[in-house]
Design a protein. Sequence first.
Length: 240
Amino acid sequence: MDSFTSFSPKALTFLRGLRKNNRKDWFEAHRAQYEQELKAPLAALIEEMDVHLATIAPEIVGSPRKSAFRIHRDVRFSKDKSPYKTHVACWFYHGDIGTRMQSEAVHGGAGFYLHVSPGECFCGGGIWMPPRPALNKIRDALVHDLAGWNDIVGDKAFRRRFGELDQEGMLTRVPRGYAADHPAAAWLRYQSFTAGAPLSDDEITSPRLPQLLARHYAAMTPFVRWLNAALGLAPRHSRL
């Protein structure tokens, strides 16, 4: 596999075209462009980021085969029958559990994410809509280590870089079994624990993208490790 150089602006041009022409015939006519401008560079980027992660958070790994999301949409239960996603994305995951993909979700632990879509690129991390057993473990950890959690998500540098956590799916009330005035009440209402930083199209197409992602992921490592510890997934100090 070739080493990563950059995503070409043609990669974003392809995605803009796919957004306007989300049909199998158009995609097949432009498949070579997709393979050259998006699929191959993404695989190379995943391999390079895996090298960076070996020193940032050795327990988090990337694999071109497992980390890259498919371009095809699962339309079985969707009213929108558009066959393709209009973005490409990848996921870096805890090596002890690998990945298990269900629709758009990757469960099993917290990790790092990259999303490439013209004008809507971002990187992030955490765990998105975990299944109930994992969510319950995170809630238990919030009760027992609220101070540790607040130290991480309330850190000024973390907030400057990533802002507030995403509130998707947030409950209107504290879940059953917890007092409404519980010290962790605000966090117990979360059903997803993710944070991220926007990336410009120029940053996505820069040859310095791996270094930029490495800085973001390093800053997010305490957050990801806290969530993984709640799920019983330990950090590592090396890949050996």
